[in-house]
Design a protein around this ligand. Sequence first.
Ligand code: IMP
Ligand code: MG
Length: 183
Amino acid sequence: MINKDIDKVLISEGELDAAVSRLAEEISRDYAGEDKKLVLLCILKGSIVFMGDLMKKLTVPLEIDCMRVSSYGAGTQSSGNVNIVLDLIRPDLEECDVLIVEDIIDSGRTLSYLMKYLTHKGVKSVRTCTLLDKPSRRVVDFTPDYVGFEIPDEFVVGYGLDYAERYRALPYVGVLKPEVYSD
Ligand code: IMP
Ligand code: MG
């Protein structure tokens, strides 16, 4: 059943599942080994669904943590500033191999800021995994380590991603009908 506000399904449930399995295999291979302390860092709220599915498929020991940042207002355009709304606080940062789990990379500002921030905080290593990437929208040079799908410059919702806090629970990634948003 397609939501009435969705123009088209860009990535189906089955395609999402296959991509998450592929990413989990790559990550499990790269983080195998006694010397690793993998911490999956969920960037709230958009990455909740992706991270929940990804962690179930990983075959290496892991811990989870969350940060929340804001750069978007209620619309579809980034404000350009990254604010930390919920910080990563733990006593063992210098032992942690952090893998940032993000829903989508657009301008690149959020992840390039977070990479610098976590490196400055002294984590042992930090890499990035994004479900979706819109390379054509980059403002800041940034290349993620693991990517689910490269997508065109369209505003998407579902599988955790929102427009004005709605549509996060859709099981697919879809494009909103233009009349739904005003900017
Ligand atoms: P960046 O800092 O510009 O790379 O923006 C990344 C953040 O913008 C993501 O974590 C999303 O919350 C949000 N975002 C960017 N593009 C979309 C989209 O198409 N749909 C929903 N959220 C988006
Ligand atoms: Mg968002």
